[in-house]
Write a protein that binds this ligand. Structure first.
Ligand code: SAM
Ligand code: SF4
Length: 327
């Protein structure tokens, strides 16, 4: 059986984001507060073969875009062989990766050999001491070098993601946006989402209108047209910039109406929404060698459960941890 994944609100879901591990080599305060999160054990994580089976079925149902995330995807053993198998699946038009960049610099050639052409890299600050405070480790210099190396090796576009946190990195908004004047990077400001255990108070978020107002002190923001592979970022260019700035506003301007995403967690749960704890287990049926038809029905069940929009603004608590879902 083939077909399209169309939900009750007539959204076509063609994009699958896959978390391949809940482990990470950093401990960002907003994502993985140190020592407070039990780790999945090895057997609880989907094998690469299981993930590839799900993706191949997804392709039959209209999935043509995949993002690999985590935890930190580059810490999982065998990731480059897995990525190669993934990019070779016929019908997948775009495979990208979200990484903290720490292991990126030494593995760029392996990524290219695996068919990965573009990366999103998390970078919440340009200050080495603050980087250590936010991520728990003194690795700013390595990450920055990885970003430069990725650029010089031809990865494009390189999207840099900054989660904006009041009183922590909000004094660097202009500095971060200024990177787009010197480099062809897409510098993206992400509203903090209060989900799971976090070292951040929900009221430490800053909403996009304020972020945009501060960034536009550098010059008039000219809108950039979205392209086929764009996600929810609203894109702009500063005068004379070779790169772009972008704003991802899950709270202040939610993009649920045009959401085309499904998510697969590291432990094999299929989720219709990042910001809802509803999920469907695929691991159990996979491990009893269920039929493809059964998995396809679970895909459809998940799609039909997709709500029109999220309820974060109503202070509904999301228990799931970002590091398990993948962002
Ligand atoms: N380890 C990789 C990284 O940091 O890029 C991939 C996984 S991480 C969970 C994916 C993205 O989610 C990162 O850009 C991170 O900044 C973002 N993220 C994590 N927790 C968040 C939160 N509470 N609100 C908004 N973004 C968050
Ligand atoms: Fe790790 Fe990424 Fe979460 Fe930071 S945001 S703790 S790098 S998974």
């Amino acid at each position: 059986m083939t077909g399209n994944l169309i939900d009750r609100h007539n959204r076509h879901l063609n994009y699958l984001r896959i978390s391949i591990t809940d482990r990470c080599n950093l401990r960002c305060i907003y994502c993985m507060p140190d020592g407070r999160l039990p780790k999945l054990d090895h057997k609880q994580i989907l094998t690469y073969e299981e993930i590839l089976r799900i993706v191949k079925l997804g392709v039959k149902l209209g999935i043509n875009k995949v993002r690999i995330t985590g935890g930190e995807p580059l810490v999982r053993r065998g990731v480059y062989d897995f990525l190669k198998k993934l990019t070779e699946i016929s019908g997948i038009q775009d495979v990208s990766l979200t990484t903290n960049g720490l292991l990126l610099g030494h593995n760029l050639e392996k990524l290219q050999a695996a068919g990965i052409k573009r990366v999103n890299i998390s970078l919440d600050t340009l200050d080495r001491n603050k980087y250590r405070m936010i991520s728990g480790y003194d690795h700013f210099n390595q990450v920055w070098q990885s970003i430069i190396d990725a650029w010089q090796k031809g990865f494009a576009p390189i999207k840099l993601n900054m989660v904006v946190l009041k009183g922590i990195n909000d004094n660097e908004l202009e500095k971060f946006a200024e990177l787009s004047l010197r480099y062809p990077f897409h510098c993206r400001f992400i509203e903090y989402m209060p989900i799971g255990l976090s070292g951040i108070d929900p009221d430490q978020h800053i909403l996009t209108p304020e972020i945009m107002e501060r960034v536009s002190r550098l010059g008039k923001l000219e809108p950039v047209a979205n392209d086929r592979n764009d996600g929810p970022a609203r894109r702009y260019r500063l005068p004379g910039a070779i790169g772009e700035v972008g704003f991802i506003s899950a709270l202040s301007h939610h993009f649920c109406d045009s959401c085309n995403r499904l998510r697969l967690t590291a432990s094999g749960k299929l989720r219709a929404c990042l910001l809802s704890d509803q999920q469907i287990d695929l691991r159990e049926p996979l491990r009893r060698e269920c039929s493809d038809q059964e998995l396809i029905e679970l895909f459809h069940q998940c799609v039909l459960s997709k709500q029109a929009g999220h309820h974060l603004a109503e202070n509904i608590l999301i228990k799931s941890q970002m590091s398990k879902i993948g962002g």
